[in-house]
Write a protein that binds this ligand. Structure first.
Ligand code: THU
Length: 133
């Protein structure tokens, strides 16, 4: 039920996607540990490289509101199969959750993936190798 609300929020957020270059519109929603839902959409840029993905936009909204733990993620696109988060977004999501259900949804399909499974062997500063260069 909570996941359904999250998917619905991602679907609505997608309506505001700014994607004049790719025309690929993405909506995302994350649930904070408080139960509050934060949304984001992709915001493209003429430089292409400055484009912000929907998932990271949603995470930034959560952090700006004062939350740093998330319990679930939903991504809504209009493609088949439904798109799952890109690599950069996976790394940003795991910053705020060891694991969480990630619902990838489209008008035709919906499936629940695991954040930990989406990003095995994540980068972490606490692994001495990274700290010591
Ligand atoms: N995009 C997202 O919003 N999330 C992802 O996980 C992958 C891609 C956006 C970026 C760009 O605006 C469009 O989808 C096409 O790559």
């Amino acid at each position: 039920m909570e996941l359904e609300a999250l998917v619905a929020a991602a679907r609505v957020a997608r309506e505001n996607a700014y994607a004049p270059y790719s025309n690929f519109r993405v909506g995302a929603a994350v649930m904070g540990a408080s139960g509050r839902i934060y949304v984001g959409c992709n915001v493209e840029n003429a430089t292409y490289g400055a484009t912000i993905c929907a998932e990271r936009a949603a995470v930034c909204s959560m952090v700006a509101a004062g939350e740093t733990r998330l319990t679930a993620v939903a991504v809504f696109t209009d493609c088949s199969p439904a798109a799952s988060p890109c690599g950069i977004c996976r790394q940003v999501l795991v910053e705020f959750a060891e694991d969480a259900p990630v619902v990838v949804a489209s008008p035709e399909s919906q499936s629940v993936l695991s954040l930990a499974a989406l990003l095995p062997k994540r980068f972490a500063l606490s692994s001495g190798a990274n700290l010591n260069g």
